[in-house]
Design a protein around this ligand. Structure first.
Ligand code: ADA
Length: 554
């Protein structure tokens, strides 16, 4: 399944899900033709559990005409070949890319992707880190057949004016033929038609329109009403393409220290969640994603932070359907100035932002765009990078507030750049400070450094606990200690007047890079409320009880 709803009724498409050939380039299995699942991680292939290198994926496909290949996520660098010819290159595991092959001869063709998950100077964002960069085609691959013109994307921003819901619509239309073509578009939503302006398209054009959607029901976390927005493209009165998106009528705004969801102040009871699973690596199937969100709901959680990269569209579709609020962020974790001065860093970050917002901006569940988790927000060069990335986000989507998770405490010089101030803190784990005292110090500093009067979120808080390690002395790394710390952290912080929410670090235990293993028992980050198999730790009941004391509105 590519999305939780059908994206085309007219454009033919097929998902290339299933068994592919994989040929490792190095190591003991170099040159062997193995079988693997796509989507999937090569770490699930016997003998490749620790493989960091290149591998060639291959699949034979029968098709013809104008063929569009969409890759939803390849970890972490892809070089795509079609019948042996290079046709696309992409860096970053967590955002989609595509390529269009014109006038393909009807018949069988060979699709190959050389996938690379190595670390090195070419990769500024995938580095040895406190999470694992898996290898493989971790998200779906889709083959579409196009006519001469097609809709690449439709973006729909809901706005309320004078008590009525409107949609501000934009679409990118592409023309594969040499001569320009006149196109017409019509969208349908909630039984209503929206006519776009007739447009002459040379190679591509952005079309815009706005319309009131009468009697639209609002989208709220407790009643997540979704509408399909179906758009058809015509040439000379003949429908040649279509695209369906899904929208929810809600507005996110800031009022003083409050984050408002359709005008009501929310309280975030969230979890930071890596895409990681003992059985699937970072290529979780839909069933596992559903299970994670049902568990988060059972914990009385109402929000997820996609730490630290854009998430699978299907997961975001599920958040839309379940009314789980999302902080989505670009791909970066703990990069200091030296890392940020990698010559590829700025472009790789901006590319990730472009692709993240192009891909995900219609999801009503996404309420905050985040960037650069715990990067160098305490230096002038780092500030320039934060500034540059916030400017790009606000240019692409001014409808959502922006933030970043800081760990630079009272050295942070970027708090004036955000709509919402967010800090990661680990009282009683990395620090002996009491949670309330720690949070008050952060709020106080933020008030002197550009954050005065802004909403304040604790974007990470938590403690480690190794599943199955029980200890009556409540020693560190025991489940008892983790439960005790989390209980205190939530009790002391979540009802603070200055704080409008928190994200627990983290939902589940995750694999980390070998380079981190000396301070990560099991070569895992063990701060999950459940372990990598989703087995509950003692902290589960504590979090469930304490989160359950609070409503989702302040
Ligand atoms: C940081 C970081 C997380 C994780 C956490 C930890 O806050 O943002 O990715 O590494 O620390 O477990 O220490």
């Amino acid at each position: 399944m590519i999305r939780l709803f059908e994206t085309h009724r007219i454009r033919p498409y097929q998902e290339l899900t299933g068994l592919w050939t994989i040929i490792p380039a190095e190591g003991e299995l170099a040159g062997n033709e193995l079988l693997t699942m796509v989507p999937g991680c090569w770490e699930q292939v016997p003998g490749l559990e620790n493989y960091r290198g290149q591998a060639l994926y291959r699949k034979t496909i029968a098709c013809g005409g104008n063929v569009r290949l969409v890759f939803k996520g390849v970890s972490h660098t892809a070089d795509v070949l079609w019948d042996g010819e290079p046709v696309a290159h992409h860096y970053n595991a967590y955002t989609s890319f595509d390529t269009v092959l014109r006038n393909v001869q009807e018949g069988e063709h060979t699709l190959e992707i050389l996938v690379d998950n190595r670390f090195g100077p070419e990769s500024a964002l995938h580095i040895p880190n406190d999470y694992h960069t898996y290898g493989g085609i971790i998200r779906p691959v889709v083959l579409e057949t196009l006519r001469n013109t097609y809709i690449e994307w439709v973006h729909a921003i809901p706005e309320k004016h004078n008590g009525e819901w409107m949609l501000s619509l934009k679409a990118l239309v592409k023309n594969l033929q040499e001569e320009p073509v006149d196109v017409e578009m019509i969208s349908r939503i909630a039984g209503q038609e929206i006519i776009w302006p007739k447009t002459r398209v040379a190679s591509e054009a952005v079309l815009e329109t706005r319309a009131v959607v009468a009697n639209a029901e609002e989208y709220l976390p407790e009643s997540p009403k979704l509408y399909l927005l179906h758009t058809e493209l015509s040439e000379k009165d003949q429908i040649v393409d279509d695209l369906t998106e899904r929208v929810g009528f809600r507005e996110i705004s800031i009022s003083g220290k409050e984050i408002l969801w359709n005008g009501r102040p929310i309280r975030i009871k969230g979890f930071c969640r890596h895409e990681d699973h003992a059985l699937f690596g970072s290529a979780l199937p839909l069933e596992a994603m559903v299970q994670d969100l049902i568990t988060i709901r059972d914990l009385h959680g109402n929000a997820v932070r996609t730490s630290h990269y854009p998430n699978d569209e299907r997961f975001l579709d599920l958040c839309d359907e379940m009314g789980i609020m999302v902080w989505e962020e670009n791909h970066a974790r703990g990069l200091d100035e030296e890392h940020m001065r990698n010559p590829h860093f700025r472009k790789q970050c901006l590319d990730c932002i472009d692709e993240m917002i192009r891909q995900d901006q219609n999801h009503p569940s996404i309420m905050i765009w985040g960037i650069l988790n715990e990067c160098a927000s305490d230096t002038e060069y780092g500030r320039m990078c934060y500034q540059e990335q916030f400017a790009r986000i606000r240019e692409l989507d001014p409808s959502r507030p922006v933030s970043f998770a800081s760990c630079r405490f009272n050295n942070d010089i970027c708090l004036d750049l955000v709509d919402i101030v967010s800090y990661n803190m680990y009282p009683l784990w990395y620090s002996t400070k009491q949670p309330k005292e720690y949070a008050k110090e952060l709020v106080e500093y933020a008030g002197t450094a550009g954050g005065l009067g802004k909403p304040f979120i604790i974007s990470e808080v938590g403690a480690g606990g190794i599943y199955g390690y029980r200890n009556d002395a409540c020693l560190k790394w025991s489940e008892e200690r983790q439960a005790q710390i989390l209980c205190t952290q939530i009790q002391e912080v979540l009802n603070m007047e200055e704080i409008c929410g928190m994200f627990i670090w983290q939902f589940c235990d995750v694999r980390v890079s070998e380079e981190w293993s000396m301070n990560r028992p099991r070569t895992m980050n063990n701060k999950g409320i459940v372990d990598e198999y989703r087995r509950k730790k003692l902290a589960y009941k504590e979090v469930q009880r304490e989160y359950g004391r609070f409503s989702s509105y302040r």
